[in-house]
Design a protein around this ligand. Sequence first.
Ligand SMILES: Cc1ncc(C[n+]2csc(CCOP(=O)(O)OP(=O)(O)O)c2C)c(N)n1
Ligand SMILES: [Mg+2]
Length: 375
Amino acid sequence: MSLKIVAESKTLRLEVLDEQGRADASLDPQIAPDTLLKMYRTMFEIRAFDEVAFRLQRQGRLGTYPQILGQEATQVVPALALKPADWLVPTYRGQGAYYARGMKLRYSLLYWGGDDRGVHFPEETNDLIFAIPVASHLTQAAGLAWASKIKKDGGAALAYLGDGASSKGDFHEALTFAGAFKLPVIYLIENNHWAISVPRDRQAACETLAQKAAGYGVYGLQVDGNDALAVWKGVSEALDRARSGEGATVLECETYRLGHHTTADDATRYRSSAEVESWKRKDPVLRLKAYLEGRGLWDESREAELKERTQKMIAEEVRAYEDFPPPNPLDMFANNYARAPWALIEQRAELARILEESRDLAEIASLPPPEGRFP
Ligand SMILES: Cc1ncc(C[n+]2csc(CCOP(=O)(O)OP(=O)(O)O)c2C)c(N)n1
Ligand SMILES: [Mg+2]
């Protein structure tokens, strides 16, 4: 008879920048100045976009919109660390990651305006459209990573998920598989402290979400998600581990959702303004800006120039979004199946007949022809 320790694990937390944007020199990942500036500009631009998109929704010019305010570092920095051929597998709160990969903002507007032509990624990147069912993409990311491993193409998959999503069965299935098969995949948890109105401490009893990794034989790390340098270092090391055959990583990025869950939510009903204010002091954009200023890479005149350029760029994207011709309703059936099931074929034919018969209505007659693939 014996009772002995057969497994032990510990979970580390990485912080590089303090709240004033000063770096711990021993942990500074020494990112090239061009990359640092790209990070900052992208985070600045997506924050400005987020504000504009929120207002467009309030003016009735956009459907539901999920803000990423406060999560700019966790959104942008990991996506910038990827190679184009790596797989990006985001959530619905993913417009920052898509933008960092090169997708024009007009497509995010189009998508959240209810038009699936917004699913439009650059040719050279491997980006997946997100799934609205929470966590359903996690096993898909494992599958993509497995394919990369079998093909030995040196690729990796980066799946984003929320703190709430890490409580779902899909997380368990994906991590079991990713651990057992040593897959080149990163599960990046954007712990923004809330899953709509459910707080982090009601989702799981463990102190960190990163430590869940240990149960799957996967490396887990928690980083300050409002610290762009810590996020970069955590993701870069996870990518190195993936590419060198060491397997998967769970990277918990601790951040905070400063806005509502979506424009359909009112966060003031379930959380205090004191809590929100305390997180504003850890603002990821301002901290990176202070760091850049400290290194002599940034100043107020560059900031003013960036602001002006950003406003023009976003105005142009909004114009392009609102100038899109209306979609043909027949396209709602497209792009889903390699071979369409009979029920859809019949429904599509019925809609085509209705549209045909209504041709006298100027609005319908002026529709563009269907574009999507309907086999
Ligand atoms: C399977 C499923 N259940 C419930 C929902 C409704 N829902 C949408 S977002 C969300 C909360 C997700 O929280 P979290 O994973 O923390 O991500 P966050 O929205 O905070 O980024 C829920 C319950 C859904 N979309 N899919
Ligand atoms: Mg959340």
